[in-house]
Design a binder for this molecule. Structure first.
Ligand code: PLP
Length: 429
């Protein structure tokens, strides 16, 4: 497979951008080779600048649940653009998307559109602090919430610790306001609440942690978290930037039937355009400017082209059976690879929920970040390189999950199963 043009473009990009990319994980630092420059996508397929074709399981890191170049989304984007791209005023499209979401989501009453997941999370944290008048926040080791200062923190050593910033440029004073707890351990949360509860504004969790492997939590754990938050007067934020509109139209809140206090969205909500959002009940959202004192704004927020794309995507997701079919497709896909690996005696377990999957090179029941063996990433590198050579595109890190879209056909998935199984043979040679 020729990658000459991608390699040349990457060499050129390094002159312009740090690491040659606009977002770090694209740089292929965790896998072999150089990043591919993609020029086109259609359905589940993408093409790079060298005209190589791939079945895509990255799907732009999650937004493309309907696949690339969905007809209805493309058409509405083109039609909307014909009237201009941005006005900095309210538009009818915002109302349409807002209404569609709120009418089909039992867990929020009002919503504010922003332009990325990071912005949604940053705003939700500010809202929680504004509502409670408290400063500290609790997050979990293994959850990612975008590049928000107070959330780019790692756990120190010990069970629940004050955060240690994981990026240069974050004042330690910020990191100190963030407590970090392990997932899947309610006792750790309760102990923290007992000690610091009166200072903690909110707990933020990915209810489907999907940024550090797929660390699925038990429903009982999430229910326990809800109870503890209520008991200690701490707001519970579900960061549903990945799980929202992915594990169901109502995201993980609906999937587990748990009412968080604030929910953040991103990715799918924009139908492939840059949109994020946060929502809560009317009382909490009443604190957001201009109704309340928590300031948050955006020049391009509620952009009409992005709203039109989001509305057209969301309308398709509401079609009867959409999620059930996609989940079934994903389960069949995963089951075939899993049974192949089991028959061969390979140490592989594929975690899955909805249309998300993650290949763990371990048989352990992994639910916490510290259970992932970093050495297993060497196996992923072999698999990734083999699949790339054979027309299958996975996100370029073994910690990343894969996504299946409604555009992935039975034949494409069967072919991918074959290639992944061949790759597994190579990994285990
Ligand atoms: N929250 C979660 C759970 C995410 O997965 C991400 C991005 O992957 C973000 C927040 C940040 O979203 P964005 O990259 O749109 O800023």
């Amino acid at each position: 497979m020729q990658r000459k043009i991608s390699e040349e473009l990457y060499a050129e990009a390094k002159n312009y951008f740090p690491g040659g990319v606009s977002s770090p994980v694209r740089a292929f630092k965790s896998v072999k080779g150089a990043p591919l420059f993609i020029k086109k996508g259609n359905g589940s397929q993408i093409w790079d600048e060298d005209d190589n074709q791939f079945t895509d399981f990255c799907c732009s890191w999650g937004p493309l649940i309907l696949g690339h170049n969905n007809d209805a989304i493309r058409e509405v984007i083109v039609a909307t653009v014909a009237n201009g791209t941005s006005f900095g005023t309210p538009t009818r499209w915002e109302n349409k998307l807002g209404k569609l979401i709120l009418n089909n989501n039992r867990f929020i009453e009002k919503i504010r559109f922003v332009s990325s997941g990071t912005e949604a999370v940053m705003s939700a944290i500010r809202l929680a602090r504004g509502v409670t008048g408290k400063d500290k926040i609790l997050k979990f080791d293994g959850c990612y919430h975008g590049h928000v200062d107070s959330l780019l923190v790692n756990a120190g050593s010990g069970l629940v610790t004050f955060g240690v910033s994981s990026s240069a440029g974050i004042p330690e004073a910020f990191a100190k306001e963030t407590l970090v707890a392990p997932l899947n351990d309610l006792d750790a949360v309760e102990a923290t609440f007992k000690e610091h509860g009166n200072q903690i504004a909110c707990v933020i969790i990915e209810p489907v942690p999907a940024n550090n492997g797929l660390l699925l939590q038990h429903r009982s754990y999430l229910e326990g978290l809800r109870k503890l938050c209520t008991q200690y007067n701490v707001l519970l934020i579900f960061d549903e930037v990945i799980s929202g509109f992915r594990v169901g139209f109502e995201g993980a809140a609906g999937y587990y039937d748990i009412q968080p206090d604030i929910i953040t969205y991103g990715k799918i909500i924009g139908g492939g355009m840059p949109v994020g959002a946060y929502g809560a009940n009317a009382e909490i959202m009443g604190n957001v400017a201009p109704d309340g004192g928590v300031y948050q704004a955006g020049t391009l927020s509620g952009n009409p082209v992005a709203m039109a794309a989001g509305f057209t995507a969301a309308s398709q997701l509401l079609e009867e059976g959409f999620y059930a079919n996609l989940e079934q497709t994903t389960q069949d896909f995963v089951a075939k690879i899993q049974s192949y690996c089991d028959n061969k005696g390979y140490e592989v377990h594929i975690n899955t929920i909805g249309s998300i999957f993650w290949i763990a090179f371990s048989k352990d029941d992994i639910r916490r970040a510290d259970q992932i063996n970093p050495d297993s990433m060497e196996k992923f590198k072999i698999l990734h390189a083999y699949l790339l050579d054979n027309g299958i595109y996975l996100g370029p890190s073994g910690y990343e999950v894969g996504f299946i879209s409604s555009a992935h056909t039975t034949e494409e998935l069967a072919n991918a199963v074959d290639k992944i199984c061949q790759g597994m043979d190579l990994v285990h040679q």
